[in-house]
Design a protein around this ligand. Structure first.
Ligand code: TXA
Ligand code: MG
Length: 319
């Protein structure tokens, strides 16, 4: 495995059916030629990802959306114009040439144009789009630095393109059209900004939080994005009293709770800064000496929704 900034090396490997870890503004992805079934299979193998969990297809130019998707509704057009390149994935009817392995057999495809200069340059140098899930072992916290990828998948990935730490830090927002716009995953673009542009977005998706195959957004498992250690979300001072005697690590927004380790994500109370640091903080606590990770409930607005969603899933959906 090598970490570097060699676009030509990344391009060569991808053109020859190999996988490459790539930076995006949200999290690092594990990329392969979206039109090459064998290359995409390698992504599933490296991640140990179940085949019912579809991948997002990444494109380097807005027009390329038509190479992978069709029947694009007007709301999707408006979102593309406003938010691409950026942390927004749209689930659209797929073109036949997108292999079933990419979409887990669904007749829709998740597609986005990431806002990272290195990866945009890479995508524009290729004549195929890149299918890429987050570059972590299935179920674990997503990587926001090249080193995070190397720590866990370094042995299996021939090249990690280093684009520095991710500027957003949580995965893309995912929107589907049923035909009304539906939020499948809170993420880097706040749902309020989406609603300001296209009107109400349905957030009550009874199926999307289910487990296993057949749900609307199949990868949205309740236990996901999870460190190995136990995570509990709630009132931190209360929880610290309940768990007295344990070595406790705390993830908080702006307040230091005086635990053994305190990951204060944004002393100034900025949700963007908090999102940017969330996954690295979870990783540090997971590899520290603490027995238990406690996390605050963040304000349920803007990027706070995505932070709360990831923390709940890190807690295994029981929080
Ligand atoms: O920010 C991101 O989206 C990152 C970077 C690398 O782009 N990618 C990412 O991919 O988070 P991943 O594989 O960890 O999550 C993709 C999720 C799937 O688990 C699934 O829930 C949803 O996207 N998805 C993909 N295609 C879909 C489809 N056709 N219908 C419904 N949901 C889909
Ligand atoms: Mg993922």
């Amino acid at each position: 495995m090598t970490i570097g900034v060699g676009l030509e090396r990344a391009q060569y490997l991808l053109e020859h059916g190999d996988v490459v870890a790539i930076p995006t503004e949200t999290v690092y992805g594990l990329a392969a030629n979206a039109f090459d079934v064998d290359a995409v299979l390698k992504v599933f193998e490296v991640k140990q990802r179940p085949s019912f969990d579809p991948l997002i297809v990444h494109i380097g130019r807005k027009e390329q959306v038509r190479d992978v998707a069709k029947d694009i509704p007007p709301e999707a057009r408006a979102l593309i114009d406003r938010f691409w390149p950026g942390p927004l994935t749209l689930v659209l009817p797929k073109q036949q040439r997108v292999p079933d392995i990419v979409t887990s057999g669904l007749d829709t495809v998740g597609v986005r144009m990431p806002a990272h200069p290195l990866t945009l340059e890479l995508l524009r140098s290729l004549d195929f789009p890149l299918a890429a899930p987050s570059a972590n072992p299935f179920g674990y916290v997503s990587p926001t630095t090249a080193q995070h990828v190397a720590d866990q998948l370094g042995e299996q990935v021939p090249y990690i393109l280093d684009g520095g730490p991710c500027s957003v830090g949580v995965e893309s927002t995912i929107i589907g059209f049923e035909p009304v716009p539906v939020l499948y995953r809170a993420g880097g673009i706040p749902v309020e900004e989406i609603e300001a542009l296209i009107g109400p977005v349905s957030t009550t998706t009874p199926h999307s939080l289910g487990e296993g195959p057949g749900v609307r957004s199949p990868g949205m498992l309740l236990s996901h994005y999870a460190p190995r250690k136990r995570v509990i979300v709630g009132d931190v001072p209360d929880l610290m009293r309940t768990h007295q005697g344990k070595r406790i690590g705390v993830i908080s927004f702006s307040q230091d709770h005086g635990a053994a380790i305190n990951e204060v994500l944004s002393p100034s109370g900025d949700l963007h800064e908090a999102a940017r640091g969330l996954f690295a903080a979870l990783r540090r606590l997971d590899s520290s000496h603490v027995d238990l990770i406690l996390a605050e409930v963040f304000p349920e607005e803007g990027l706070g929704r995505a932070i709360n969603d990831r923390l709940r899933r890190a807690a295994g959906g029981v929080a």
